[in-house]
Design a protein around this ligand. Structure first.
Ligand code: APR
Length: 258
């Protein structure tokens, strides 16, 4: 593992176009459960019953009670971890261009990342199904389920449910970034949900080094990614940042202009 982390540090230290694609795994160490695998939400709940737009339209009360209220509790309590902090630092150092995240938890921004594409939207805002009015989640009155807008419409999180399209501006910008990146870090995703799972392939096809950071292999491993650093993202980023720091030119004016 150390050799692969060193190899990744060397690749990062030579670029200013790196991009990261992250999934639920990077937030597990912040106390937010994943969707799949041990302790995953979809082990207890059927995603087609609680996370598909048709299910929400059919029975918003059920979706709020079974999924969304509980999700708010996790998100309220969560703080960024070393994985989030590591990506924010790589951006500040000028090696990483942006984070494309499938997560709706806002932890990348809370860790200081500036350029974050929320590919699946966010839980930080709720949107009225009728008037499209948006409100910050903490201001939503949850004493009544489903919560309602002043127009009488039902609030739903401003995230992408199954059965809904990825916002075109997110798709377009993500494609632009990964077709121009030298290094793609794929962190904490099972790479099973499309179109996000296509992003590593796009990066590979346009010549990037694709590095997975995950305790488990995924469908990308040995097929699309160049290698897998098998470990939890917190510990891996601690080690990675230590090594990148050693490789940083002391005089940053020597670094390639953005
Ligand atoms: N550090 C890094 N990765 C980890 C860690 C850890 N400490 N622990 C587990 N993982 C990995 C798992 O091995 C798994 O590959 O995180 C991944 C989590 O996978 P999923 O739960 O499937 O999450 P994700 O890939 O983000 O799901 C994609 O599916 O349900 C939808 O919209 C939802 O955005 C989500 C999408």
């Amino acid at each position: 593992m150390q050799t692969l982390i060193q190899r990744t540090a060397e690749a990062l230290a030579q670029t200013n176009t790196a991009v990261a694609l992250t999934g639920a795994g990077i937030s597990i160490e912040s106390g937010i459960p994943p969707f799949r695998g041990p302790g995953g939400l979809w082990e207890k709940l059927d995603p087609m019953e609680v996370a598909h737009i048709d299910a929400f339209r059919r029975n918003p009360e059920k979706v709020w009670n079974l999924l969304l209220k509980g999700m708010q509790d996790f998100l309220d309590a969560a703080q960024p971890n070393a994985g989030h902090a590591g990506l924010a630092q790589l951006e500040r150092w000028g090696f990483l261009r942006a984070v494309i995240t499938q997560n709706i938890d806002g932890l990348h921004q809370a860790a200081g990342s500036r350029d974050v594409i929320e590919f699946h939207g966010t839980f930080a805002w709720q949107r009225c199904q009728d008037c499209e009015g948006r409100i910050e989640t903490p201001r939503v009155d949850l004493s009544r389920i489903p919560p309602r807008c002043s127009c009488g419409g039902i609030y739903r999180p401003d995230c992408v449910f199954f059965g809904e399209m990825i916002p075109p501006e997110h798709l377009e910008r993500s494609q632009q970034l990964v077709t121009r990146c030298d290094v793609l870090l794929v962190v904490g995703t099972s790479a099973t949900v499309h179109p996000a799972a296509m992003i590593p392939l796009l990066a590979k096809e346009t010549g990037a080094l694709v590095v997975e950071i995950n305790p488990e292999p995924t469908p990308l491993t040995g097929r699309v990614s160049d290698y897998l650093i098998e470990g939890g993202s917190g510990a891996v980023f601690d080690e990675l940042l230590t090594r990148v720091e050693k490789l940083r030119p002391s005089d940053t004016s020597l670094m390639a202009p953005r």
